[in-house]
Every structure is written in C-alpha cells, then in structure tokens.
Design a protein around this ligand. Sequence first.
Ligand code: FES
Ligand code: FES
Length: 181
Amino acid sequence: MRPGARLGLPHNPRSRSFAWSAMKLTINGTPRELPDDAIDPDMPLLWALRDVLQLTGTKFGCGVAACGACTVHVDGQAQRSCVTMLSSVAGRSIRTIEGLAEGGKPQPLQKAWLAQQVPQCGYCQSGMLMAAAALLARNPKPSDADIDAAITNLCRCGTYPRIRAAIHAAAAELRGARSAA
Ligand code: FES
Ligand code: FES
C-alpha cells in the first residue's frame, strides 16, 4: 500500500523523481533500513512509522503540528512526527510508544498512567506519554507550570489534571529509585 494511503493523505507525485537509496535509522533501539520503494524523501516520519514499519501506536491527528498525537522521540527529544520529514531523521534514533516500556515492563510513567486512570478515549495518549517521558528525562521534578509548558499536546477528553497527577507520581517514583541506587 502506498505510504500515507491508510491515513487518507495525498501522494506527492513530484517526490518520485528524486533519487533515493535505502535509508537507515534506529527505531526503538533496533537498526532498521527502509527500502527505497516504500518511502519518499519528503514523506513525514509519521507515515513511515505507521505505513512502512506498521508501528501504529503513534497517531495522526491534525497533520500540522498542533495536536501532538504524533509525538515521538528523535534522539531523546519530543518531536511531532507529522511535520518531521523522513530525510531529516536519517541515521538518527527514533523512539515510539512501542519502545517506551523498558525490558518489556511498563516504566513508572506508564504505571502511573494506569494508576491515575488517565486515558479516556485514548487517542491522544501515546503522544502524551512520549511528551511526558521526554520531560521527565530532562526535568526530574517538574512543577505544574513546567508540565503545562512542556506538554502542549491536546486532549479532547480533558485528561490534563490526571496527566499532571501521573507525571508527578512517576517523577516521585523515579527520584526514589535514583536515591536508592
Ligand atoms: S498529528 Fe502531528 S501534531 Fe497533530
Ligand atoms: S483521552 Fe481522548 S483525546 Fe485524550
């Protein structure tokens, strides 16, 4: 199936005129190679994740960097994959929601998400978790203001208070684990 077809996104006929060799990048810790007949150089990373690699945990919401449903990590930084050109992540390390659990076990953030019963419809939640994980990686004790500033993702179900509570709980668990180590 053409990349992006399942998302109802149009094909860019100009992009087929580019010469493009197989692209290498790391996905969730595993080196991957994207065959040149499956990708366009100017396709968004989101399309490659969902349509080429079948990693459908990352969601399409708006396509214009507004909602955050497509958030992944690029070299540890939260990034909207719907507006990240595939060519810009060649050779880089991508982490998606499928790679968030550590050693197959939920990490503190995911456990806190469950304990706080954060998800409602769930559609925005993979992007929320990836944004929250990136925040905790650089800020072990975020305030509510820090959370609001860092996580600009949208949730139509209004789960923001539970998201804040879950991030505080996960941050506390992570700090406790670090101090015990
Ligand atoms: S789908 Fe990427 S920000 Fe909305
Ligand atoms: S849980 Fe429904 S949009 Fe966020």
